[in-house]
Design a protein around this ligand. Structure first.
Ligand code: PMP
Length: 411
């Protein structure tokens, strides 16, 4: 990778109005972007302009506003296509987010292709969104849900993964980047091995899309899902990438308007082609337009530069935290994104989170929807600081001081 230019964080922060405020009398330090990133003016304005000037329902009207809305909505689909380097816009399905995308694949491809006795392989570091839909399908269909382990540093245990792969799963559903451990999995290697074993691969890209350049064609994954709200875009919108042949072969999921070709009470219904057959009902039009603007903002800011900045912030944070007595960093894999999870001996993560909040610092505490990680490590949860393009090294230093004060108060 070429060395990206450092980010001008002052210029970036000026584009995020929400950051300019005090919380409990202290300047806000927002270290919870892995849960949801804040929105730049480019996104707020794109949504607002659309709502002020162009809103109408899409795909249905001959009138000018409807055509304008449809053009903007389909342009946003092409922006997602370009962001993921998918080969055609028809490979991009609008969803409500990562969770919705995984459920779509489970309920369509899964129901069509997985029968009693078939195996699905996930890992122990998955978000609940990439566990529960498979558990539900496994119960319904009599599937085996196999689990690849992770190593003490939070890396995927390749031997365990390979052993599970040898059992012959029909589907491998894995996270690209762990939201709790920060681990960046070697997605290309996982996909290659899974394909060699004859499995279809779904990548959970919720934490990858905001922090890495994603190229679905280079990766070769069959499905890729992500959420708008973690990539500086709106909530309630996300996308599923699926290889064209797979999407074409899959049955629809939700029925209703927009997803049909012909509806007859006598002859039954025929369905639209992908991606529309998966998009029943009026979509989140302003959300899609906002997501398109967010991805454009990321490209303009520099995805590689954002990633390098976040990794440097995480590295500095870990360096400072390592000096604190009783500190245990959770997730120290060699390849890590901008997520730092930790526990401190004898102190509940929630208490630390509350005292940090009192100092204006927003971190997340708890299980981060990854209870199996917590159970494996025998901890109730972690404190998690997660970074985005707008965070600064000064904030990391302030956080470090605030954390030390909080630990002293709670010890
Ligand atoms: N997978 C991962 C790795 C995540 O971090 C998250 C969100 N925390 C999800 C899935 C679910 O995303 P959403 O809630 O936006 O559907």
């Amino acid at each position: 990778m070429d060395h990206p230019q450092p980010l001008d964080t002052a210029a970036i922060r000026a584009q995020f109005p929400v950051l300019d405020q005090q919380v409990h009398g202290k300047p806000l330090i927002y270290f919870d972007s892995a849960a949801s990133a804040q929105k730049p003016l480019a996104v707020i304005d794109a949504q607002s302009d659309y709502l002020k000037h162009s809103h109408a329902n899409v795909h249905r009207g001959v009138h000018a506003l409807s055509q304008r809305a449809t053009d903007a909505f389909e342009q946003a689909r092409r922006q997602v296509q370009s962001f993921l380097n998918a080969s055609e816009p028809e490979e991009i399905v609008w969803t409500q987010g990562t969770t919705d995308g995984i459920n779509l694949v489970a309920q369509t491809w899964g129901r069509q292709n997985l029968q009693a006795g078939d195996r699905v392989l996930i890992s122990r570091m998955e978000h609940h969104a990439n566990i529960v839909p498979w558990q539900m399908l496994a119960t319904e269909r009599g599937l085996h849900l196999d689990v690849a382990e992770f190593l003490p540093d939070g890396s995927l245990d390749w031997d365990s993964f390979q052993n599970e792969l040898n059992r012959g799963p029909k589907l491998v559903a894995m996270t690209y980047v762990s939201n709790t451990l920060g681990t960046v999995n070697d997605a290309a290697r996982i996909i290659q091995a899974a394909h060699a074993a004859g499995a279809v691969v779904l990548l959970d890209g919720a934490q990858a899309a905001p922090h890495k350049r994603v190229d679905v064609q280079a990766l070769g994954c069959d499905f890729f899902v992500f959420s708008g709200h973690k990539t500086y875009g709106p909530t309630g919108i996300g996308a599923l990438y699926g290889k064209r042949a797979l999407l074409d072969s899959m049955p629809p999921w939700r029925g209703g308007g927009e997803m049909i070709a012909e509806v007859s009470l006598e002859q039954g219904t025929t369905f639209a082609a992908a991606p529309f057959k998966f998009e029943a009902g009026t979509p989140h039009i302003s959300g899609a337009i906002g997501l398109g603007a967010a991805l454009e903002w990321m490209e303009a800011t520099g995805i590689e530069a954002i990633a390098a900045h976040e990794e440097a912030l995480a590295e500095r944070t870990m360096e400072l935290l390592r000096e604190i007595p009783g500190m245990r960093l959770i997730g120290t894999a060699p390849s890590k994104a901008g997520v730092v999870s930790f526990v401190v001996d004898g102190i509940h993560p929630y208490d630390l989170g509350s005292l940090l909040d009192a100092q204006g610092i927003a971190v997340r505490t708890g299980q981060h929807c990854t209870q199996p990680i917590m159970d494996a490590l025998g901890i109730p949860g972690t404190v998690r600081a997660s970074f985005a393009a707008y965070n600064t090294f000064e904030e990391v230093e302030t956080f470090h001081r605030a954390l030390k004060r909080a630990i002293t108060m709670l010890s």
